[in-house]
Design a protein around this ligand. Structure first.
Ligand code: F6P
Length: 499
C-alpha cells in the first residue's frame, strides 16, 4: 500500500473470499468460487491492490484484512439490503432485463432506492482506499452507479468499469424506469468495457437516445458539470478470458488424468460422455439442452446404454423465485428422462446440484467427449474456455450457443441456436460422432485462441487503455446523427484487433 492508499482498487459485489465471524469475533475466510474471482485474482496479486466487496453473508461486519497478497475491504449489507439490492434489483430486475428478458424483470422503487444507497456505500469505501490519482476498476451490473458517485467524491481518480454480462439493446433497456440514471452512473467512468462489440454499440446507442450527449466511434464527450471538467469516455469491447495456463497445467497432472479415467469408469464406461456445467440459471439453456438430449434418446438417435449426460448445476441465487422455479423444472425433467431411459447401474443423466473445485472440474472436462454450452444469452461463458484449456490432448468437441460472448471468439466450436431444438439435436449428434481428426483440427484452433488470449492479457489490455488519457478517438466517422450500429460494430472490432 502507498502512503495514502492503494494505486489499484477493484470494486466488485463480492470479495474473492467467503467470510464468517465466530462467536469470539475471530474472522475466518475461504476462497469463493465464481468467474469474476477467477478472472481478477491473478491481477490483484501481482498489483498489490485492494479489493472492496461484500463479504457474502447478511449483516457481517469486519475490518479490512490481508489475504492472498491483497487488501480485502468488506462492505456490510444488512439482510434487507441483500434482499432488495442483491436478490431484488441486481438479480430480479437487471439480470433478466440484461439477458433478453428470458424471465420477466420486476421493477420496484424500493429495490432501486436500496440499489442507489448500497452503490453509494461501495463508492465511499473505494474512495477511502484509493491513493491520489489511483486507478479504480468497478465490476459489473450490481455497481453501475459507482463510477458516477465515485467521480463526484474523487475527481482525481482514473475510473474503469467492466460489464461482465450483456448490455441489452435499447428497445429492452428502455423498459427500466431508471435507465437514464444508470447510463449517467456508468458515464462517471473514463473507460467502460464490455464483453462484445455489440454490447458496446448497444450502450452507445442508449447514450445517444437517453442523454443529450453525442458519440464518435468509441468516444463519448461528457461536458463540464459544476466543478467537474469536461471529459471523454471510451466504451469498447474487452472480451474476458480465464487463467488458461492454470487449467492446461492442471489437466496435465497425473492426479487429474487418473481422476478423469475414474469418472468414466464410475459412469459405467459409456461410449460417449456429454457434459454441461452451469450455475443453475435460466439464462444457461439447461432445459433446452436436456430436452434435446431426451429427444435423441427417445427417437433412438442415441443409445441410452452407450451414452450419458453429466449435468453439473451449481446452486445459485436460491432466494429468487425464478431460480426456484427453474430448479423444479430441471429436476422434474431429469427425473422423467432417467425414469424412462435409466437402468439399474446406469443413468441417462447424472444431475449434480453442487459446486466443485478446479481439480475436479478439470477431470470432468477431460472425461467429457462433448461439452454442451447452450445459453440463451451469456455475457461470455468461461466454462467453454475452461473446457478448451483443459483439452491438451486436442480431443473433445465444444457445442456452443451463438448467444454467448464466447461464440464471437471461438471458431472451432459447433455453434447452435438453443431455441432450435431440432438444430441442437443435429449438432449434438454431429459432435458425438465427429471423427478424431476433425476434433483435433477444431480443438487446436480453439486452444490457440484460449491459450493466447488469457485473463492476464484481458486485464492488462483494460488497465493499459485506462491508463492513457481518453483524449478522443480519431477513427471512424461521426455516427451521432443516427444509429449506425453496424458501422460502430465494425470500427470497434477493427480497433479491438489493433489493441
Ligand atoms: O456473470 C455475472 C456474475 O456476477 C459473475 O461475476 C459471478 O461469478 C456470477 O454472476 C455469480 O453471481 P452471484 O454473485 O450472484 O453468485
Amino acid at each position: 500500500m502507498g502512503k495514502d492508499g492503494f494505486n489499484l482498487v477493484v470494486v466488485a459485489n463480492r470479495l474473492p473470499v467467503d467470510m464468517s465471524v465466530a462467536d469470539d469475533g475471530t474472522v475466518s475466510w475461504q476462497r469463493s468460487p465464481g468467474g469474476l474471482v477467477t478472472a481478477l485474482e491473478p491481477v490483484m496479486q501481482s498489483a498489490d491492490g485492494a479489493w472492496v466487496g461484500w463479504a457474502g453473508s447478511p449483516g457481517l461486519e469486519a475490518d479490512p484484512f490481508d489475504a492472498d497478497d491483497m487488501r480485502l475491504v468488506p462492505v456490510t449489507l444488512s439482510a434487507g439490503e441483500v434482499e432488495r439490492y442483491y436478490e431484488g434489483f441486481s438479480n430480479d430486475t437487471l439480470w433478466p432485463l440484461y439477458h433478453d428478458v428470458i424471465a420477466p424483470p420486476a421493477f420496484h422503487r424500493q429495490w432501486w432506492d436500496t440499489y442507489r444507497k448500497v452503490n453509494q456505500r461501495f463508492a465511499e469505501a473505494a474512495a477511502e482506499q484509493a491513493a491520489d490519482g489511483a486507478m479504480v476498476w468497478v465490476q459489473d451490473y450490481q455497481l453501475q452507479l459507482v463510477p458516477g458517485m465515485l467521480r463526484r467524491l474523487r475527481p482525481d481518480l482514473k475510473i474503469g468499469f467492466f460489464d461482465h454480462i450483456p448490455f441489452p439493446p435499447l428497445e429492452i433497456f428502455q423498459q427500466l424506469p431508471w435507465r437514464r440514471q444508470v447510463v449517467e452512473g456508468l458515464l462517471g467512468a473514463d473507460l467502460i468495457g464490455f464483453q462484445r462489440a455489440g454490447d458496446a454499440a448497444n450502450f452507445s446507442r442508449a447514450v445517444r437516445r437517453l442523454t443529450d450527449l453525442t458519440t464518435r466511434g468509441q468516444m463519448i464527450q461528457v461536458p463540464a458539470d459544476g466543478d467537474l471538467p469536461a471529459r471523454a469516455v471510451r466504451a469498447a469491447p474487452f472480451p474476458i478470458s480465464i487463467d488458461s495456463k492454470r487449467f492446461d497445467e492442471l489437466a496435465r497432472t497425473p492426479e487429474v488424468q487418473a481422476r478423469a479415467k475414474e469418472i468414466r469408469k464410475d459412469l459405467g464406461d459409456p461410449k460417449i460422455v456429454m457434459l454441461g456445467v452451469d450455475r443453475l440459471d435460466y439464462t444457461k439453456g439447461i432445459r433446452h439442452r436436456i430436452k434435446a438430449y431426451g429427444e435423441l434418446l427417445q427417437d433412438g438417435s442415441l443409445d441410452p446404454a452407450e451414452c450419458t449426460l453429466v449435468q453439473v448445476a451449481s446452486p445459485s441465487r436460491e432466494n429468487v423465485g425464478a431460480y426456484q422455479e427453474l430448479r423444479e423444472h430441471v429436476e422434474v425433467l431429469v427425473g422423467r428422462i432417467n425414469g424412462e431411459y435409466g437402468e439399474i447401474g446406469h443413468s441417462a443423466i447424472h444431475y449434480l446440484h453442487h459446486s466443485y473445485p478446479p481439480e475436479e472440474m478439470a477431470a470432468l472436462y477431460l472425461a467429457a467427449d462433448v461439452m454442451l454450452v447452450t445459453s440463451l444469452r451469456d455475457g461470455m461463458n468461461l466454462v467453454a474456455k475452461e473446457y478448451v484449456a483443459a483439452r491438451s490432448d486436442d480431443a473433445g468437441v465444444l457445442v456452443l450457443s451463438e448467444f454467448t460472448g464466447a461464440a464471437d471468439e471461438l471458431s472451432g466450436a459447433v455453434l447452435v441456436n438453443p431455441h432450435d431444438i431440432d438444430g441442437m439435436k443435429d449438432a449434438i449428434l454431429r459432435a458425438a460422432t465427429m471423427d478424431p481428426k476433425e476434433q483435433r483440427k477444431r480443438m487446436r484452433r480453439l486452444r490457440r485462441k484460449v491459450l493466447t488470449d488469457d485473463v492476464a492479457k484481458w486485464s492488462s489490455r483494460f488497465l493499459t487503455t485506462l491508463a492513457i488519457p481518453q483524449a478522443g478517438d480519431q477513427t471512424g466517422s461521426d455516427d451521432a446523427r443516427g444509429d449506425a450500429t453496424a458501422a460502430a460494430h465494425r470500427r470497434d472490432l477493427a480497433s479491438h484487433d489493433r489493441g
